[in-house]
Write a protein that binds this ligand. Structure first.
Ligand code: ADP
Ligand code: MG
Length: 729
């Protein structure tokens, strides 16, 4: 620079200077030069095309290059980030006004960007311009930071979820953000009339003063402090105070922690509760990791798994189960897939015991570990098994009982019945279960049935109509509420028993009649002999001349014969009788009887067709049997006044010898069949009603049986069955 200035001087040849003047100028020049080099601003001389003509030291520092290097360069190389048209404009302004100031960005060789202020000066007639360049990069950065900080702070202040207040040393509010206003429930305008102390409960003043003291000393302090809100409520706040040394203000950032505290308390309480449940539960509880390692166990688990607690905690759950078991593998798969499972497995305890445990597992519920609760169901399973067995026993009794058993509720709805009951009611179990018991009871018995059901404990007989419409006599016994609301009805079919009783009654009558007959018959017979003798004498002495007398004698004699025949039949009943058992051929006896009655049959235009199978001889009284056959054949003849055929057969059957006599008579109505054999039962005008009675009696004494089949209008068959081996020997 100095050089160029000297050149400038030398070139102005027209100035002639004195030595003193020249020295003064030189001094001045060197002073300027000195100043030029010392100024902090970079100063460069630049031609219009941008080549540097001269630079000072500050310029070298700015451009980070030596003077020599810089003189090789062009100013525009550094300012290439600036568009050409701007430079063009700058140059125009410079030429026009001789001076122009602007701000620019330059880029150094190493890539650093600098903000500079450019003061451009132009000297008339000089081939270069003077640029003064001031580095304002740091100022720019600061400026930017400040604006960013300011907006950031405003943003934070207004949007923060935490309450932020700024207050002075006296506690007067300088500013407060919306969050603070909302949390203390006071508007910003009202806030400025108050001080922060207004919000602090009186008993916390001391603490607050202390906080402020610490704050002034250390610049920041944190604490928890309750605040009284606009509505008088108190809330707990966590607050951080900072002191701003420059402004003398304090800033408080505060957060409402009332809920947080109460949540923490709840959490703690539920944690305690969990612990209590865990420790005291009757169910075994285990907490395991992914590999089955037992991390925690409760006392119940120790009991269930038959291991002391500290051993159990170091055990692995897989030790207790059979990992090869397909069911176990399935359970594990499902657990890891669904995150939870409820199932039952057999666990092998260290003492060799096997336990059936029911469990529920939930994955990752306790700090990522798995919780499993076990219940020992071995006992329950055992009881269930026993129950099943008992039920089976009951079923067996129920199903194989000799009597019918019906289970019904209080409304007599049947809900179970055993096979015998089904047979008695002649319905399937399903059909029976749709019925109520009283629907089977005959209308005559219904009232008695209801009364009995309410208070009867004794067995009672009722007539029922079964599913097929058949009347049956049943004996019922009832136990109400054998289990809750379930009554048990025992049903016994006594129809046959009743019939047998009837038979027995009949034979009782027979033996009574028999005894009577024995007494009376003899008493009558003797006078009868006298009567008959004297009548015959009388008839002889009167002679045959008188027609009328002859007729009288005839009537008397026939009536006497009738009396005699009645008495003879009666006498058969009498015991002891001159019975005489010997081996006899039933067919032969029958043939003799048929021969005997053949005349009478022919007279009534009746044929007797007899077939005889060879039968073994049986012990019998042939006279008595003959009397039976006569009675039955006579009855057959008497029911066929218009004639017909009587079919007689003697056959060998399993039970012994069977004799049958079939007629083509009027038949016997069903309800009258049971009357046959009763003494004096007759439908005939001159019948005695004793013939069949005597016959039944005789056959009974031969240990045989008489059965009657009859159809009204078609005919009747009498079957006499006699055993071959009887006790008559
Ligand atoms: P009786 O012949 O004197 O009437 P029985 O004891 O021999 O007395 O018979 C009793 C009744 O039984 C008869 O009155 C008759 O009503 C009935 N009876 C017996 N055998 C027959 C038959 N073969 N066909 C129809 N009814 C008969
Ligand atoms: Mg008769």
């Amino acid at each position: 620079m100095r050089l160029s200035l000297q050149n400038m001087m030398e070139e102005s040849k027209f100035v002639q200077l004195s030595v003193q003047e020249k020295e003064a100028i030189d001094r001045r020049i060197s002073l300027y030069n000195f100043i030029l080099q010392q100024v902090t601003d970079a100063i460069v001389l630049v031609k219009d095309d941008g080549t540097f003509v001269d630079v000072n030291e500050a310029a070298c520092r700015l451009f980070r290059a030596s003077k020599e290097q810089l003189l090789q360069k062009n100013f525009y190389e550094y300012a290439y980030l600036v568009p050409e048209h701007i430079f063009h404009f700058q140059r125009q302004m410079l030429h026009k006004f001789g001076t122009y100031d602007d701000e620019l960005i330059i880029r150094l060789a190493d890539g650093e960007i600098k903000h500079v202020q450019l003061f451009m000066r132009r000297y008339n007639e000089q081939p270069f311009n003077l640029y003064m360049i001031r580095d304002i990069t740091s100022k720019k950065v600061l400026e930017r930071e400040r604006t960013i900080n300011e907006t950031l702070f405003k943003d934070l202040f207004n949007r923060a979820g935490d309450g932020i207040v700024i207050f002075d040393e006296q506690g007067r509010f300088i500013d407060a953000n919306p969050s603070f206003c909302a949390s203390v429930n006071v508007s910003k305008e009202e806030l400025f009339k108050l001080s922060i102390q207004t919000f602090i409960p009186i008993e916390y003043y001391g603490l607050f003063e202390q906080l402020l003291l610490t704050l002034k000393r250390t610049g920041t302090v944190s604490s928890e402090l309750p605040f009284i809100l606009g509505d008088g409520m108190q809330k707990l706040f966590e607050l951080t105070l900072t002191a701003n040394v420059h402004s003398g203000f304090f800033m408080a950032i505060m957060r409402n922690v009332t809920e947080k505290r109460s949540m923490e308390m709840n959490l703690q309480r539920s944690e305690e509760r969990f612990r209590a449940i865990f420790e005291q539960a009757h169910e075994a509880i285990l907490i395991c990791d992914d590999f089955g390692n037992i991390l925690r166990a409760n006392p119940a688990a120790s009991r269930t798994f038959e291991l002391p607690l500290h051993d159990l905690v170091h055990a692995n759950l897989m030790q207790f189960i059979d990992a090869k078991d397909e069911k176990v593998r399935h359970v594990l798969r499902q657990f890891f897939r669904d995150g939870e499972i409820r199932d039952e497995l057999t666990f092998h305890m260290p003492n060799g015991e096997k336990k059936q445990l029911e469990f529920t597992s939930k994955k990752g519920v306790i700090n990522g570990y798995h919780l499993t609760i076990f219940r020992n169901v071995s006992e329950r399973r055992k009881m269930e098994k026993q129950l099943r067995e008992q039920e089976q026993k009951f079923r067996n009794v129920f199903n194989h009982a000799m009597d019918g058993i019906v289970l019904m509720d209080n409304e007599q709805r049947i809900f179970d019945a055993n096979p015998v009951a089904c047979r008695i009611f002649a319905l399937s179990k399903k059909q029976l279960m749709e019925k109520r018991l009283h629907t089977f009871i005959g209308s005559n018995d219904l009232h008695k049935f209801q009364m009995w059901l309410n208070n009867g404990e004794e067995e009672e007989q009722f007539t029922i109509t079964d599913g097929e419409g058949k009347k049956k006599i049943v004996e019922l016994s009832f136990k109400p509420n054998i289990i809750e609301h379930v009554g048990l009805m025992m049903v016994r079919d006594i129809t046959e028993k009743k019939e047998m009783e009837e038979q027995l009654r009949k034979s009782d009558t027979l033996s009574v009649v028999g005894q009577l007959a024995a007494g009376i018959a003899h008493e009558i017979r003797n006078p009868m002999t006298a009567l008959k003798g004297f009548i015959q004498l009388l008839q002889g002495s009167i002679g045959n001349d008188c027609e009328q007398h002859n007729m009288y004698f005839h009537v008397i004699m026939s009536e006497l014969k009738r009396i005699e025949s009645i008495i003879t039949e009666f006498l058969v009943l009498a015991k002891p009788q001159a019975v005489h058992y010997e081996r006899g051929d039933v067919a032969k006896i029958m043939q003799e009887t048929v021969d005997l009655l053949s005349v009478q049959a022919t007279m009534h235009n009746i044929q007797i067709e007899a077939t005889y199978e060879p039968v073994p001889p049986i012990y019998c009284d042939s006279k008595q049997l003959k009397q039976v056959f006569i009675n039955i054949l006579k009855n057959a003849i008497e029911v066929m006044p218009k004639g017909g055929t009587i079919t007689v057969s003697v056959a060998h059957v399993a039970e012994g010898v069977r004799i049958s006599v079939r007629d083509e008579g009027s038949g016997i109505p069903k309800d009258k069949i049971k009357k046959l054999g009763e003494p004096f039962y007759t439908t005939k005008e001159r019948g005695t009603g004793l013939g069949l009675m005597v016959s039944y009696k005789i056959i009974e004494e031969h240990q045989g049986r008489i059965d009657v089949e009859s159809e009204v209008g078609v005919g009747t068959t009498f079957y006499i069955t006699l055993p071959i081996d009887n006790d008559m020997r």
